[in-house]
Design a protein around this ligand. Structure first.
Ligand code: PEP
Length: 255
């Protein structure tokens, strides 16, 4: 049996008004209330985060931010900081999502600063890594994810390492309907765990939860989650309907 609790996170991206967000989690909390063996979180927009956190009070679903700024406060128009997300009810922050790397120029060094800010605020990061199609076809997948992991986690101490989450999200599988095969995903996850062993030692690396993300749906989740190094999923599109997301949460059998 894996020493790691499965962790399923729904990344809503720029979807749902505050009203729609609250309606979604009201439905979701009922659907997953009996699930005891899986950690569950949703990442609404920052404008909806507080209302969602309130609607989830007393439930087994926690809340994540989708991004944050590296500074705690200051003259950064349009940004949101880690302490603000925490105060609004978040426990986690997704960092380095490929859409932010692609559309907002996020770099490994920038993600690294944000990891520090998130930990400093008493939150935990979900750090996303993954290769583009061109990188995969060029045989560079492992080299790319190694660079992203080492860059994002530079200076992070082994003591905190075990509580972080890494999400492997091949860019070519995000929102495309193309999922990595369970074999492809497991191979990269095993490589990530070996990298973490190099960074923090085997004992810590064995505790780090590694999520797969990229067109996870109710009908492919069970096979992906059955892989020895896949400890959960970061779910985009399929997290926008309560029934679909709940089905993914329930795809991992207890025990
Ligand atoms: C994501 O954005 O993290 C993601 C995995 O999206 P999707 O499930 O829609 O591919």
């Amino acid at each position: 049996m894996s020493p790691r609790r499965p962790f399923i996170v729904g990344n809503w991206k720029m979807n749902k008004t505050v009203t729609e967000s609250v309606a979604l989690v009201r439905e979701l909390r009922g659907l997953v209330s009996m699930v005891r063996h899986v950690d569950i979180a949703v990442a609404p927009t920052s404008v909806a985060l507080q209302a969602v956190a309130k609607a989830l009070e007393g439930s087994n679903v926690s809340v994540a931010g989708q991004n944050c700024h590296a500074a705690a406060s200051g003259a950064f128009t349009g940004e949101v900081s880690a302490p603000m997300l925490k105060d609004a009810g978040a426990s986690w922050v997704i960092l380095g999502h490929s859409e932010r790397r692609q559309f907002n120029g996020e770099t490994d060094a920038g993600v690294n600063k944000k990891v520090g800010a998130v930990l400093e605020a008493g939150l935990l990061p979900i750090v996303c890594v993954g290769e583009t199609l061109e990188e995969r076809e060029g045989g560079r997948t492992l080299e790319v994810v190694a660079r992203q992991v080492k860059g994002a986690l530079d200076g992070v101490k082994a003591e905190v390492g075990a509580s972080l989450v890494l999400a492997y999200e091949p860019v070519w599988a995000i929102g495309t309907g193309k999922t990595a095969t369970s074999r492809q995903a497991q191979d990269v996850h095993a490589h990530l765990r070996a990298l973490l062993t190099g960074l923090w030692g085997a004992e810590v690396a064995a505790k780090v939860r590694l999520q797969y993300g990229g067109s996870v749906k109710a009908d492919n989740a069970a096979e992906l989650l059955a892989q020895p190094d896949i400890d959960g999923a970061l779910v985009g599109g399929a997290s926008l309907r309560a029934a679909d997301f709940a089905a993914i949460v329930k795809a991992k059998p207890a025990g």
